[in-house]
Structures are given as C-alpha cells and as structure tokens.
Design a protein around this ligand. Structure first.
Ligand code: FAD
Length: 343
C-alpha cells in the first residue's frame, strides 16, 4: 500500500494550484490523479484576466483581492519554472454604439473603477485592420495566461517538490472513506480532495452544490496583416499568441452533448472575427472544453460537513485563472488545519 497525506482527484488548474499551495505551507505528501484529457478546460482556456466583464461592464467579483494575488502567483511560477506564459497586457474594449460609449464613460467615473479603466481611443487606433467606428477604451491591470504552458510549468514545479502523479481514469465508487483514512485502489490517504472540473456533476458527495457546466469553443488563426499588443474585446475576444497567431472566442453553450469542437461554434467565431477585422486570416486550430460553472457563480472550496476526509475545490467557472491562485491558498490552509486536527 502506498501512503500519502493528500490524494487530489483531478489534476489541472484546481488540482495543481491546490497541490502547489499545499507545498508552499507544509511538507505533506501528495498524489495527483488525472486522466490527461486533452479537452480539459484548463488546457484549452483563453486564460484572460479581465477586471470588468459582462454586458453591463461590472467589476469582477473581489477584483481588488484577486488580481494582485494572481499576478504575483503567475510571475512566481514563471521564475520557478524558467518558462514564459504570463503576459500582462491591456484589453481594448471596442464600442459598438454611442450608447456603449456613454455607458463606459459613466462607468469610468464611478469610484473603484479608476484603477482598471484607462484611456479612450479613436476609430483609427488599429489603422484599417480593426473595425472600431466608435473607438473604444483600454482596460488596464489585465493579462493573458498561456494556459497549457502554465499547466505544464506547474507540473514541473510540483514534480521537483516530490508531488507524485498518476494517469488514471478513476470512478467515485473506488474511493472508500474510513474513520482514519481514505482508500483508493492501492493508496491510503489521510484526505481526498476532489478537483474534477465539470465532472463534479457525477460526484454524489458534492452534488448538493449545483453545477451548470458551460461548453466553450475557441479558434486559433494566423494573419500576417494583424499586429496586436493588446486583447480586442467586443462580442467576443481576439488575443495575440506568438508568430502571427491569434486566439479568438469564445462560445457559451449549456446544451452540449460532448466535449469536442463543433461546427456551429466555429461558424459563430468566424463570423465574429470577420465582423471585427478587415484583414485576411486562416484558421489553424479549433479547441473546446467545458467550464465548471456553478449556479451560485462562486467557487466551491470546502471539507465535507459529514465525511471529514473528503473535500472539494471546484466551481472555478469562467474565471478559473483569476480565482485559482487566491482560493487554492485558502483551501490549502483549511486542509492543513483539518489535517493537524485529525492527528
Ligand atoms: C473555452 C474556454 C475558455 C475559457 N477562458 C477563460 C479565460 O479567459 N480566463 C479564465 O480565467 N478562465 C477561462 N476559462 C475557465 C477555466 O478554464 C476553468 O475555470 C478552469 O480551467 C477549471 O479548472 P479545473 O481544474 O477545475 O477543471 P478542468 O480543467 O476541467 O480539470 C479537471 C481535471 O480532472 C480530470 N478528471 C475529472 N474526472 C476524472 C476522472 N473520473 N478520472 C480522471 N480524471 C478526471 C479532468 O479530465 C481534468 O483533467 C475558460 C474555459 C473554457 C472551456
């Protein structure tokens, strides 16, 4: 039998940031189980950290607390892994009407927004390449995380900290919760934390939290005529990648039947790109994944009220890359506290 302190079931953004936070504050032994699904939300996500979102241009929940923690976290990961995947850059909100322009101007005068809303720009900001007849406004303190590279860097850092990984497709009924330990196949753990992303809907211990998963598709395209050092935002977004490549998306679909990219979503994103840009482009990749969104729109980080050796860290929804650094710290502290109490 293998013995560990924490067994983490699900090893992408939630599972890995939690493992990272645990290694920062304890010397606990950790085993992460994951099926290496190429469509996992964390590996396909756009990774945009956007301080003001939605049709009503509302400041992101807990922005003042979450942004500094996230920026520090990704900078530290880059330095520990010697990899580059974190790109602070402005977001150019493109006005689609005079009304939108007025709404943004009113918003920028409100207290608490001045840190995140920058200067307005005119209709010629991007030359002829971008259709912005009403101009727009820059958001600041925003960023883009190259998500798959970040996930790989986290794994590299954790492996150097002796965290173990197993590529398995686990079933909930393979976990046995006993008074003193949790048993999974040939592993005994003091505690199991479920970080299964949208598949939490199949976990009977935590399905009292209502999850409403949302599928999203993204396109990667190439264009030699587009030069961008910011993220364009209107009905969707276009963000710069390396070597004349760009990421565009994303769609929101609650009525999905599988995790695979679909043609209807591709057409929607192509329509959006063609409306916003005046340049020729070629689609070179189409990705999709499922966001673990909660009905409450808040993450779930808790130890089960009755089954003390089971916990959950999930519900990162549409903003996982912003939420995970802050909430994984909180969850790790709660787990280390509970573990000391159990001993
Ligand atoms: C199209 C799209 C765009 C997005 N854009 C952004 C963005 O711009 N900014 C932002 O902050 N967030 C964005 N997100 C959201 C972000 O990706 C998620 O909030 C975050 O990645 C969720 O991480 P997670 O670890 O909880 O879930 P996941 O990434 O789904 O990871 C869960 C892992 O557990 C594994 N697993 C589950 N069950 C089992 C099992 N039985 N056996 C083995 N393994 C299992 C899964 O296969 C997966 O590897 C986007 C998501 C999508 C889909």
């Amino acid at each position: 039998m293998q013995q560990v302190d924490f067994l983490i079931a699900g090893g992408r953004l939630a599972g890995l940031t939690l493992a990272y936070s645990l290694t920062e504050i304890s010397s606990a032994s950790i085993l992460v189980l994951d099926d290496e699904n190429p469509n996992a939300a964390s590996s396909v996500a756009a990774g945009i950290l956007n301080p003001i979102t939605g049709r009503r241009h509302v400041k992101t929940w807990m922005a003042a607390e979450l942004f500094p923690v996230a920026f520090e976290f990704y900078r530290k990961l880059e330095s520990l892994s010697n990899e580059k995947f974190f790109f602070p850059c402005p977001i150019a909100e493109i006005y689609d009407s005079i009304k939108t322009k007025n709404d943004w101007q009113a918003r920028s005068a409100e207290p608490g927004y001045e840190k995140f809303i920058g200067k307005e720009f005119g209709n010629d900001q991007f030359g002829n390449a971008v259709n912005a007849p009403y101009g727009g406004i820059f958001l600041q303190h925003s960023a883009m995380v190259k998500t798959d590279k970040c996930i790989q860097a986290l794994k590299k850092i954790l492996a150097a900290r002796k965290v173990k990984f197993e590529n398995v497709d686990f079933r909930f009924d393979e976990f046995r919760f006993e008074k003193e330990e949790v048993v999974f196949r040939n592993v005994k753990a003091e505690m199991t934390v479920f970080c299964e992303g949208w598949k939490m809907i199949y976990n009977p211990l935590f399905n009292h939290h209502q999850m409403l998963p949302v599928k999203g598709d993204l396109l990667v395209f190439e264009s030699r005529d587009l030069k961008l050092d910011c993220i364009l935002m209107s009905d969707g977004f276009i963000g710069p990648l390396e070597d004349n490549k760009f990421l565009a998306g994303s769609t929101y679909n609650r009525n999905f039947t599988d995790e695979q990219p679909d043609i209807i979503s591709r057409k929607k994103i192509e329509k959006f790109i063609s409306k916003l840009l005046n340049v020729s482009y070629r689609v070179i990749d189409h990705r999709s994944g499922i966001r673990p969104a909660m009905q409450s729109r808040r993450p779930v980080a808790e130890i089960h009220p009755d089954v003390k050796r089971a916990a959950v860290f999930n519900g990162l929804g549409t903003k996982g890359f912003l939420l995970a650094p802050y909430f994984s710290n909180k969850m790790a502290a709660a787990l280390v506290g509970a573990s000391a109490h159990n001993k």
